[in-house]
Design a protein around this ligand. Structure first.
Ligand code: CDP
Ligand code: MG
Length: 142
């Protein structure tokens, strides 16, 4: 058992545009996770590039920074048992064509690039991504 974890999720610009903010949060809350921090903001291309720095050598890096800064996003911290993998399962695979039926990406995403939602992929990623957006005093564990 991984125990209680925190993970960062983002409703990406296409998710905000499609009005699925509530649906994404409902799925997370419905699985027993707690929203312990939440805000809407718009990333600059530079900030988006820093957030996805791990992908700096990938061919899609520049387009990804452009997409992630193309409109407002909703960022949140989720907390609960095995939160990191639980969020990844609820999101579905990166490519919506390969995402399991009933996942957020299978239901809403249009492509591997524009895929509605982000979730930390490991505790190491969560340790970088959560403080990227939220100071510890801005997180409300219950
Ligand atoms: O988001 P996830 O962790 O599932 O995938 P990733 O491999 O960490 O890639 C980060 C993001 O880059 C994806 O969610 C896509 O928005 C984008 N991406 C892309 O544009 N083209 C790819 N071939 C792979 C990822
Ligand atoms: Mg990732």
């Amino acid at each position: 058992m991984p125990g209680v974890e925190r993970t960062l999720s983002i409703v990406k610009p296409d998710g905000v545009e499609k009005n699925v903010i509530g649906d994404v949060i409902r799925r997370f809350e419905g699985s027993g996770l707690d929203v312990v921090a939440l805000k809407m903001l718009r990333l600059s291309p530079e900030e988006a590039g820093r957030f996805y720095y791990v992908h700096r050598e990938r061919p899609f890096y520049r387009d990804l920074a452009g997409y992630m800064s193309s409109g407002p996003v909703v960022v949140m911290v989720l907390e609960g048992e095995g939160a990191i993998n639980r969020v990844r399962e609820i999101m579905g695979a990166t490519d919506p064509a390969k995402a399991a039926p009933g996942t957020i990406r299978a239901d809403h995403a249009e492509s591997i690039e524009r895929n509605i939602v982000h979730g930390s992929d490991s505790s190491g990623s969560a340790d970088f991504e959560i403080p990227f957006f939220f100071p510890e005093v801005g997180i409300f564990s219950r």
